[in-house]
Design a protein around this ligand. Structure first.
Ligand code: AMP
Ligand code: MG
Length: 597
């Protein structure tokens, strides 16, 4: 079942048009209200529907540009929100309800979204059944019986449908109470016990709560610091700029002396030099960009507006404002001002900034040491002729690239022999040398691989079933206090798990705080399918179409062994567990991969 933030029972009606959904809801609502249930209804409508009418004040204000319009009176209020770019997501819409004032949310429409629904069916409408293909159908209300274990109610039996809904609400409330009762002991004890399915987010949160930043700082020249993480806060030791200076090539004059026709040019200042006398009324100095303005000169007229005649200059009809074209000392940063905080990753702008403050060196976290292994009897090292029944080891090489990109020091343990004791020894040795251990392959449920047996011996490893594809299963735990990831064997699954779980952990271990990957919405240019209840990551290619819209399509066949799809992709397409089909033109989340793989 999908994890939703919502703590209210949610129930929908799935039916073809003509079945009488709205009529039935209209008849049900008074009965539910009479039974003391406070009902919210979410109805999906055609995209150009409007609650407003042309000519109404609210309509006029919206058309004039209000992107949100809240209209209220003694008896009701309504918030109209314009969403021209893309339709609001179902889960977001649910958060718009005031859950404290409701006992139940009924949904009409939203066919492609995964949540429990009653199928409504009338023979005379002549449409096919939905329940055989939709595992979100929890009950059937029809005018005929079918062979199904689902509860069945006559569609004309309002009392019966009402009772089903009341029981549904009561069940939900019972289950909710129970889950809060048992959750406390469960979360504080053993994850090693038979692991339940976790959502991607839950997996990330759990893993991140179990890794912490490593100790160890080193001092590096700024030019060697690219990609490293700052180990101390940086405050500015100087004013930037250090002195007030000209932003243009031109003439510096006094701001209290603008009315004059002609100025006497008393000197010329190049960048790196100064004019040491205070400027007098009637005087100008020729000045270059970046050169310090003389005392009293607070205004610069650009050279293009000036005409020089011998030792005088005129500015014609140029409109001159006091203070123009002058950069004040400390305007960008004043001495003592905070610049970067500890945990900032250093990239090109940071390198430039550090240098601009006069720093030749900086304190950074030492590189994270990551041990990697491949496992599996079928896995052969590249560089030798391919043996029968083998595949070349690609995972270790993909991991080396991913790790180097993150500034890690890789300790390569090669391919581990299928021998339990060899593996235990190697894992223990790696835990002495590395801050983090990664293996790939051999952690599938039911797999008799030695790595799994070895890990079980080592104690604190959990085998997690994360509700995602590709990327299941994932082992995570600690070997002698060093975090360990047992990644899946499939090459694409390795990368997808790395991006979702390993990279955030590495960044946290490196001291980078609260890092989150960039996610954006793009319009699907092909239909996407996903099994409801799990997060599906497809390899995608995004581009901007001729209308300037961000579009995304898949790289084609999505088998998790097809490493080439990862090379062709420039993003992952993330289809959330609540969605089962994304139609052409609908929006979908993408995770751009540029700079990450
Ligand atoms: P496993 O998780 O061990 O069942 O492996 C799943 C699939 O990934 C199998 O087809 C393996 O052959 C493949 N695989 C495992 N390790 C590697 C590796 N290091 N490089 C490439 N493919 C691998
Ligand atoms: Mg294997």
């Amino acid at each position: 079942m999908i994890q939703r933030e919502l703590h209210l029972p949610l129930l929908g009606f799935a039916a073809y048009s003509g079945t009488g959904k709205t009529t039935l809801l209209e008849a049900l609502l008074p009965k539910l209200v009479e039974a003391g249930i406070r009902v919210g209804v979410l109805k999906h409508a055609h995209h150009d529907f409007d609650v407003d009418k042309p000519g109404k004040d609210s309509h006029r204000l919206r058309k004039a540009g209000a992107s949100q319009m809240l209209i209220s009176s003694r008896n009701r209020h309504a918030l109209m929100t314009e969403t021209p770019e893309s339709e609001a997501e179902f889960d977001y819409l649910l958060t718009r309800f005031d859950a404290a004032k409701l006992d139940l949310i009924l949904v009409e429409g939203c066919k492609n979204i995964a949540f429990p629904k009653i199928e409504l069916h009338r023979e005379e409408v002549g449409k096919p059944w939905l329940y055989p293909h939709d595992n979100n159908i929890v009950a059937i209300a029809a005018d005929t019986k079918v062979d199904s274990p689902l509860p069945q109610i006559n569609i004309n039996d309002l009392e019966g449908i009402c009772q089903y809904i009341l029981d549904y609400v009561a069940d939900h409330n019972g289950a909710k109470q129970q889950s809060t009762e048992v959750q406390k002991p469960a979360s504080s004890c053993c994850d090693i016990m038979s692991p339940a399915f976790l959502s991607v987010q839950e997996g990330q949160d759990k893993i991140l709560s179990k890794v912490s930043s490593t100790e160890g700082i080193e001092t590096l020249p700024v030019e060697k610091s690219y990609g490293r993480v700052l180990a101390s806060n940086i405050t500015s030791p100087i004013h930037v700029p250090q002195y007030t200076n000209s932003a243009m090539d031109g003439y510096a004059i006094r701001g209290d002396d603008l009315e004059r026709d002609e100025y006497h040019v008393v000197g010329e200042i190049l960048a790196g030099y100064s004019y040491d006398k205070p400027l007098q009324l009637g005087e100008a100095v020729k000045i270059m960009t970046g050169a310090p303005t003389p005392l009293n000169a607070d205004t610069v007229v650009m050279r293009e507006q000036a005409t020089e005649n011998g030792d005088t200059v005129t500015f014609g009809n140029a409109l001159i404002k006091q203070g123009q074209n002058v950069r004040q000392a400390g305007e960008d940063l004043s001495k003592g001002q905070a610049v970067f905080s500890e945990g900032t990753r250093i990239e090109s702008p940071e390198m430039g900034m550090l240098a601009s403050l006069g720093f030749a060196q900086c304190d950074v976290q030492r590189p994270l040491r990551v041990a990697i292994f491949s496992t599996g009897d079928e896995v052969q090292a590249p560089g030798s002729e391919q043996k029968e029944n083998t595949i070349y080891d690609s995972n270790r090489f993909t991991l080396i690239g991913l790790l180097e990109r993150l500034g890690c020091e890789v300790i390569d343990f090669g391919i581990l022999e299928d021998n339990q004791q060899v593996m235990i020894d190697a894992l223990e040795k790696s835990a002495q040398q590395a801050d983090l251990i990664l293996t790939s392959g051999g952690v599938s449920v039911g797999d008799a691989d030695y790595i799994k047996l070895a890990l079980e011996q080592l104690g604190s490893i959990d085998f997690w079933r994360i509700n995602m594809r590709p990327g299941r299963p994932l082992a995570f735990g600690h070997i002698n206090d060093k975090p360990f990831f047992g990644l899946p064997g499939n090459p694409v699954a390795v990368m997808v798990s790395f991006i979702n779980f390993v990279e955030p952990s590495i960044r946290k271990m490196q001291g980078q705080q609260d890092w989150l990957p960039l996610k954006v919405q793009a319009v699907a240019s092909e239909p996407l399918r996903s099994r409801m209840g799990r997060t599906e990551f497809s390899r995608g290619v995004y581009s901007i179409d001729s209308q300037g819209q961000l579009k995304v399509s898949t790289t084609g066949k999505q088998g998790s062994g097809i490493l080439r799809s990862m090379s062709e992709a420039n993003c992952l397409i993330e289809v959330s567990p609540s969605v089962d089909t994304v139609k052409i033109g609908e929006s979908v989340t993408i995770i751009p991969l540029q700079g990450r793989i």
